[in-house]
Design a protein around this ligand. Structure first.
Ligand code: UN1
Length: 506
């Protein structure tokens, strides 16, 4: 049991991070912890006017920051990684309080922030451009990467800090100030991350301009202010496909740039040759971890008919026995849903699945503490076919299981949904594996073999296709989205030959 009420634990944790925001503003925005379903803070919010002022400040910070050498910018991110290491326990606890994650998953999210900072520090010396052969004698052609401008970052409740940091760490080394609009459900974690960054900025010194990183707390009007401002060069938005359908066209209308990381409808395929024990454990984490509230959560499972009676009973057992409980007071593997509306969408999807002939195992409410907290037993649903709710993302722990016979057909079924984020195959057959990873295989941004759909490392590019939005964040060459490319042609000869053999003699 916690020795203090949750609002006091919250206050202590925020203080330990160095966050000074008033947490008890009369009439402010209530921050509800899904752990208890009760308010842990009441925060002042920003207005659209405040957002405009923040954009002004960020735009002026850009003028300074873009001229600071990239390796020096990397030094700020290096200091941030140091501060994050010091505050890892506290930030992890904030994630657990606000998003309801188990301590291990809360800490894991902070570790993702540390990892991307380390990556970005190295990157600050590797923002390479190409040198390109020219057709003209005495000429040289090259690409230069320049800072892009202010980056607006919109994040979702389920990962209240890591996706911000994937964006912010890269943006900062690339020379871009950041403006963060966190989910209204998880503003405290954002304020805590900002406070920890401010400690790094204080150590870094005066090269860091005022307004280099700012947080905007409040409702959708703040996201709109960022989306619609021509002074915000890039919007990186993580959240639902519904949100992406609003943000994408608005940013495109002003020719701004966008990175969209939206919903997924991620599937696994269990082939006859799979290592069944390994598959079982991977599916359990992928489908039930974080109470099914990851964009990478496994939501569909195709099982070959020859092994269906082997793996499905084992899965049913795991679903019936997995521990569901208060993540701050027990070692439960599955914590709460974020709120009542998540619970209602889950129940609606289960009822719809049953109406289509699905057999639902689990999925009911578990009494854990107050009525205002929504804990559920994860649901395993055996479906006769891929239809109804199986075709869409319900942000809750529901795994729809279907039988397959033919490998080519299952690949078609796998790709026959809107989401295109993550995917897995469980097989020890090399041909199946390679087909799954080939051009006619998984159409997702992430395609895995013998691991689940979730829990990606930061070193790879993260994101997906189709209704997932097409953006890529985090590792690999995702940094290019935060910079603008200039192609430079330099003539060091005494002649002026024109390309393509064109003549123009005056
Ligand atoms: C998300 O759910 O928005 O791959 C991000 C994963 C994590 C990131 C999830 N590294 O599950």
């Amino acid at each position: 049991m916690l020795t203090k009420p949750l609002d006091i634990v919250t206050r202590d944790t925020m203080q330990a991070c160095g966050a000074t925001a008033a947490l008890d503003v009369a009439g402010g925005m209530a921050v509800i912890s899904p752990v208890t379903g009760t308010a842990v803070a009441s925060l002042a919010t920003h207005s659209a006017g405040d957002a405009a002022t923040a954009i002004d400040l960020a735009a002026s910070a850009f003028r300074t920051w873009r001229m600071v050498p990239a390796p020096r910018r990397g030094e700020l991110v290096r200091l941030y990684a140091e501060e994050l290491r010091k505050s890892k326990e506290d930030l992890g606890r904030m994630v657990s309080i606000e998003a309801g994650k188990s301590p291990s998953e809360g800490l894991g999210e902070v570790q993702e922030m540390i990892d991307i900072c380390d990556f970005a520090v190295g990157l600050s010396r590797q923002l390479y451009g190409l040198t390109i052969a020219t057709e003209r004698p005495g000429h040289r052609m090259m690409e230069t990467w320049h800072p892009l401008g202010v980056v607006g970052i919109i994040t979702a409740f389920n990962f209240p800090c890591a996706p911000w940091c994937w964006n912010a760490a890269l943006a900062l080394v690339c020379g871009d100030p950041v403006l963060w609009k966190p989910s209204e459900k998880t503003p405290l974690t954002a304020l805590a991350c900002q406070a920890v960054l401010e400690r790094a900025i204080a150590r870094f010194g005066s090269d860091a301009p005022e307004g280099l990183s700012q947080v905007l707390v409040g409702g959708p009007e703040l996201g709109e202010a960022l989306t619609d401002s021509s002074r915000v060069a890039l919007i990186s938005a993580t959240g639902s496909t519904r949100m992406g359908r609003i943000v994408g066209p608005r940013v495109a209308a002003r020719f701004g740039k966008c990175i969209l990381e939206l919903g997924g409808n991620n599937a696994g395929i269990v082939c006859p040759s799979a290592d069944m024990d390994m598959a079982l454990r991977a599916i359990a984490f992928g489908a039930m971890g974080t109470a099914g509230q990851r964009c990478t959560t496994m939501r569909r499972l195709f099982v070959h008919e020859s092994v269906y009676d082997q793996i499905v009973p084992a899965l049913k057992k795991a679903y019936a026995s997995v521990t569901v409980g208060n993540p701050l007071e027990t070692s439960a593997l599955v914590g709460p849903l974020i709120d009542a509306s998540a619970y209602e969408s889950m129940q609606a999807a289960l009822a719809e699945a049953a109406g289509l002939g699905g057999t639902v195992h689990g999925g009911g409410r578990e009494e854990v503490g107050a009525d205002s907290a929504f804990y559920v037993r994860p649901a395993l649903v055996e479906m006769p076919e891929q239809a109804g709710p199986v075709l869409r993302e319900t942000f809750a722990p529901i795994l729809y299981v279907m039988k397959y016979g033919d490998f080519d057909e299952v690949l078609e079924q796998h790709n026959a949904v809107g989401g295109g984020l993550s995917s897995s195959i469980f097989t020890t057959d090399m041909r199946e594996m390679e087909h799954f990873l080939s051009a006619r295989g998984s159409d997702c941004g992430i395609a895995n073999v013998n691991i689940g759909t979730s829990g990606a490392e930061i070193g790879g590019a993260f994101g997906g296709e189709k209704e997932t939005g097409g953006g890529r964040e985090s590792g690999s060459d995702a940094w290019r989205a935060y910079m603008r490319r200039a192609t430079n042609t330099i003539n060091y000869s005494t002649e002026l030959p024109l390309a393509q053999g064109v003549t123009f003699d005056i």
